[in-house]
Design a protein around this ligand. Structure first.
Ligand SMILES: O=P(O)(O)OC[C@H]1O[C@H](O[C@H]2O[C@H](CO)[C@@H](O)[C@H](O)[C@H]2O)[C@H](O)[C@@H](O)[C@@H]1O
Ligand code: MG
Length: 273
């Protein structure tokens, strides 16, 4: 990736054996905001995990801090999430960021252009079947995200196996164009030809992200694809949370709260600092 050419102030990618801190990676943004791009996951990364999808809390001021950060990076801050774009907008209103939603299956590009997946009748039928079957599973939460659907077992871990089996059946009935995505106490069905890695590639090829040093931050299996893409492009990846999980990330941050504090401090920095 042509992060920068020959100038002495060029942003340098972490070496393959980089074993530094997230702080070192974020200092790149502080020093060279006009050469950096940030790709942020939401649940478990920007926001603390909550018992249910609806129970998440956006801390006061976070949306404005992200907007300030985006202004500092000339708009090169994207949210890359399993949530739908509509949900993301509601969470961070009044701001509208570039978003890769539903694990990259739907996108809002920096120019406002939308990428929307097509719904098949097989998928819609599978979704209704899951809605009906999950009603018998106490504590299991059915989440309808439009072109994706999730069954959550965080409040009913004893139902993990049956949730897995139901989702397998759903995937089998929808055919090759739909695929399962496992996450934190959740199994989802989403368009197969999508992923956070592809979403990152698309954003990285688009202004204002194009040509900038990519820094991807996430907490889960679905984020590993974007970590690999960021790393392959000479950028950096940071994983939030449990440092025992196998990851392609270069560095760790302990919690969403720690990440929010780092981002807030960068957003507050006066220009040129
Ligand atoms: O890619 P992300 O932004 O991390 O979104 C992944 C999924 O996050 C949500 O589920 C997860 O967070 C919930 C709230 O903390 C939690 O209750 C659940 O157990 C987690 O799996 C969201 O509901 C999904 O739609 C996202 O795909
Ligand atoms: Mg996450």
């Amino acid at each position: 990736m042509n992060i920068d050419d020959e100038s002495e102030t060029a942003v340098r990618p972490p070496p393959p054996d980089f074993n530094g801190s997230a702080l070192e990676i974020f200092s790149i943004i502080e020093q060279q905001p006009s050469r950096s791009a940030l790709y942020l996951d939401i649940d478990g990364t920007l926001l603390d995990i909550a018992p249910t999808p609806e129970a998440i809390v956006v801390p006061p001021g976070l949306a404005d801090q992200l907007a300030a950060l985006a202004a500092k990076l000339d708009g090169a801050v994207a949210l890359v999430t399993g949530r739908s774009i509509a949900r993301v907008d509601a969470l961070f209103e009044p701001h509208r960021f570039p978003v890769a939603g539903l694990h990259g299956a739907e996108m809002r590009l920096p120019d406002g252009g939308l990428v929307e997946p097509a719904l098949s009748s097989a998928f819609l039928a599978a979704k209704e079947e899951l809605r009906a079957r999950s009603k018998d599973l106490e504590g299991v939460i059915f989440e309808d995200k439009g072109a994706a659907v999730a069954l959550h077992f965080r409040l009913a871990s004893h139902h993990e196996a049956v949730v897995g089996a139901l989702m397998q059946q759903a995937a089998a009935s929808t055919g090759e164009h739909w695929a399962l995505q496992h996450g934190k106490m959740v199994v989802e069905l989403k368009p197969a030809r999508s992923g956070k890695g592809e979403a990152l590639e698309r954003l990285m090829g688009t202004a204002p992200f194009r040509g900038r040093y990519p820094i991807a931050v996430g907490d889960d299996l679905t984020d590993e694809e974007m970590f690999a893409v960021a790393a392959a492009a000479g950028g950096a990846a940071i994983r939030v949370g449990d440092a025992a999980a196998p990851t392609a990330a270069h560095a760790w941050i302990g919690s969403p709260n720690e990440l929010r504090r780092l981002l807030a401090s960068i957003a507050r920095q006066p220009e040129g600092k």
